[in-house]
Design a protein. Structure first.
Ligand SMILES: NC(=O)c1ccc[n+]([C@@H]2O[C@H](COP(=O)([O-])OP(=O)(O)OC[C@H]3O[C@@H](n4cnc5c(N)ncnc54)[C@H](O)[C@@H]3O)[C@@H](O)[C@H]2O)c1
Length: 439
């Protein structure tokens, strides 16, 4: 199809805020991005297949803890609207895709959300639109999943429809960086695609970093997350060694971190959690096999990190055993079930894996988490539990209290004072005391 699309005129539409922004997938990534565009003066139309989320957002409320209703209401006043109707895709100038990219049961990339999105938008695509994929994925996804759909509609990428990859770097709970101030990579299929992408995002993001191709942007995102996974794997292994040697790994990390160059501290814990770090490395290992490359480093880090819940469970078992108690029948209180501190996100939380191990071994479980009032329905896990309020009496009622996610809201003095046995997997307590076990 040849159309008379003028890239300069399109860019001007974005700069003058006349363009309408479309965002597909209104979750942890899509919602804050939609708000940033609205706060940057754009009209935003959000798409989500979850009718409940659509209704909630249209009533000015968010299902995400760190997004305030006031902020959402202000975006509504500025023209933000959510819909489940893909028929409205032709109303928007760009389609920014923020749908999930999990692993399937065989721990292989699950591209079904991206494919479903492309199928849904295809009939409504029109010349002049930009498609930008944000979901984390392996290099080649734009070529394999997005471009064929664009071409099937008869459009030429870079001439009448523009296509880019711009990975999300959202870090919920980060006090120093927000969606707007985190620099954002963007790689287009052609230079015109990159230019239109930069123009589109400039209303919401302070600094765009163009790269030469979609594949560079795709692989850069994976490098960022894999670097974290490998370094956390290393420090988790160091924790196990230090524990055997009766050395406090946290004191060691603090000591090493005084070196002003060449050392970056990473912190051990009960395992990896969240939507990104436990999952994204396996997008690359899967794709690398197609090229005959085995990714030993990445797999090894994954293996060590995945073993950490079991290691923490072993420390809890040993600690109870030393007090002449079996796990079976012991009352165990887990502190913190979100995957990291000060957020409500439970995805891939290692706390849940420790809870599963404890339940299988016959422990009587409870949990306390100021961010998760009730244990949510998860795809593979469920506990009929509600968060237990922490008091001296409630703490004293347990055989073991296991600190798995170190939220700031916890009263650490009270926890130490009233727990009969306290297992700390986060290095929160540095000074030893009789009832403390570091894990
Ligand atoms: N959460 C993070 O901190 C983070 C950080 C960086 C990158 N990412 C990446 O961003 C992507 C999105 O992650 P998220 O955390 O926002 O996920 P999420 O589960 O919070 O949100 C995804 C949303 O997409 C919706 N959705 C699913 N299929 C859809 C479809 N076909 N059409 C329209 N909507 C659909 C869901 O209903 C949900 O509301 C993932 O690829 C993830 O790896 C996430």
């Amino acid at each position: 199809m040849t159309s008379n699309v003028d890239p300069a005129a399109l860019a001007a539409r974005y700069h003058s805020r006349h363009a309408r922004i479309g965002i597909v997938g209104l979750g942890y990534v899509g919602q804050p991005l939609a708000l940033c565009f609205a706060e940057g003066g754009c009209r935003v139309l959000g798409f989500d297949i979850n009718e409940h989320v659509v209704q909630l957002l249209n009533s000015g409320r968010s299902n995400i803890e760190h997004i305030s209703d006031e902020r959402l209401q202000a975006a509504r006043d500025a023209g933000f609207e959510a819909t489940a109707d893909y028929g409205r895709v032709d109303e928007v100038d760009c389609i920014i895709i923020c749908v999930p990219t999990p692993l399937n049961r065989n721990r292989e990339p699950d591209m079904s959300y991206i494919r479903a999105t492309m199928r849904s938008i295809a009939p409504h695509l029109r010349p002049g639109q930009l498609i930008s994929l944000e979901s984390t994925t392996f290099p080649g996804t734009i070529e394999d999943e997005v471009l064929p759909v664009v071409r099937e509609r008869g459009f030429t990428p870079g001439e009448d429809v523009f296509v880019a990859y711009s990975p999300e770097r959202e870090d919920p709970g980060n006090e120093h960086y927000s969606t707007r101030t985190i620099p954002k990579l963007i790689g287009g299929v052609t230079p015109a695609c990159t230019a239109i992408g930069v123009a589109a995002y400039s209303a919401a993001i302070d600094r765009l970093v163009p790269v030469s191709s979609t594949k560079v942007a795709e692989l850069a995102k994976l490098l960022e997350n894999i670097q974290r996974s490998v370094n956390i794997g290393l420090v988790n292994e160091m924790k196990i060694i230090a524990d055997r040697m009766d050395i406090d790994i946290h004191e060691v990390i603090d000591a090493a971190a005084t070196k002003p160059f060449g050392f970056t501290p990473y912190y051990p814990g009960p395992g990896l959690g969240g939507h990104c770090i436990p999952i994204d490395p396996f997008y690359l290992t899967w794709k690398a096999r197609e090229f005959g490359v085995s990714t030993r480093f990445i797999e090894l880090a994954g293996e060590i990190n995945q073993g950490m819940p079991q290691w923490v469970f072993g420390k809890i078992t040993d600690a109870l055993n030393q007090r002449r108690k079996a796990v079976s029948g012991s009352r165990v209180l887990v502190l913190g079930i979100a995957y990291k501190k000060n957020v409500d996100d439970m995805r891939e939380s290692p706390s849940v894996q420790v809870m599963e191990l404890l339940r299988t071994a016959g422990a009587e479980l409870d949990y306390s988490d100021p961010h998760v009032a009730e244990f949510p329905r998860m795809r593979e896990h469920h506990f009929e539990l509600k968060s237990v309020p922490l008091t001296p009496e409630s703490l004293a009622a347990y055989d073991c209290v296991a600190l798995l996610t170190d939220h700031d809201e916890f009263d650490y003095g009270m926890i130490a004072e009233h727990s009969a046995l306290l297992v700390d997997s986060r290095g929160k307590y540095r000074q030893p005391f009789a009832t403390l076990v570091k894990a």
